[in-house]
Ligand binder design. Structure first.
Ligand code: ADP
Length: 159
């Protein structure tokens, strides 16, 4: 049984994340989407809301589990017996942070590999922050996020 973990804040999940999930789910028996439950980081949606939106938007993928984690990702991966962490890479600007994280995680858990999947060129500009910014200004996010997320964003920023 080969398990992968795709960690992130997913505040909220975007079509860029969905693309990475669909592609990496094909590489594993099971892919766990791990939502960071970070109390320090100010998020728009609660952990429960983020998990629910991901579950709804990935219902068409059979080998997905969506869970939250707190603390060290490597501890979570070990607990789940996962040997691979998936991260998406958009632009060169992602690289430095991702390299630092991957090297630190390697130091913490030598048997776990971080594997990077390049963004789909259609979504290379897409991030949760830019989606929130557009939605807060009442811009259309229909093509940027799954329909259930677009609805929740509209509700969140309704007057
Ligand atoms: P974090 O807060 O850990 O950066 P995010 O929720 O922003 O988490 O993203 C989780 C992962 O998905 C990261 O590896 C990020 O680079 C990747 N990602 C985000 N948006 C895209 C996108 N449009 N295309 C490819 N990868 C993406």
């Amino acid at each position: 049984m080969c398990t992968g973990v795709y960690p992130g804040s997913f505040d909220p999940i975007t079509n860029g994340h969905i693309d990475i999930i669909e592609r990496s789910a094909k590489l594993f028996d099971k892919l766990i989407v791990a939502v960071l439950n970070n109390h320090d980081k100010k998020s728009l949606f609660t952990t429960e809301e983020r998990i629910m939106m991901i579950r709804e938007a990935t219902a068409h993928i059979p080998n997905i589990e969506v869970e939250y984690f707190c603390g060290l990702l490597m501890e979570f991966a070990r607990l789940k017996q996962a040997r691979v962490i998936i991260r998406g890479l958009r632009a060169v600007s992602d690289f430095e942070y991702e390299l630092q994280m991957a090297l630190m995680n390697k130091k913490l858990a030598e048997d776990i590999e971080t594997v990077f999947i390049m963004t789909n060129c259609h979504y290379s500009y897409l991030s949760s922050s830019i989606v929130k910014e557009v939605a807060s200004l009442k811009g259309c996010v229909k093509e940027l996020v799954p329909p259930n997320v677009a609805t929740r964003l509209r509700d969140k920023f309704a007057d």
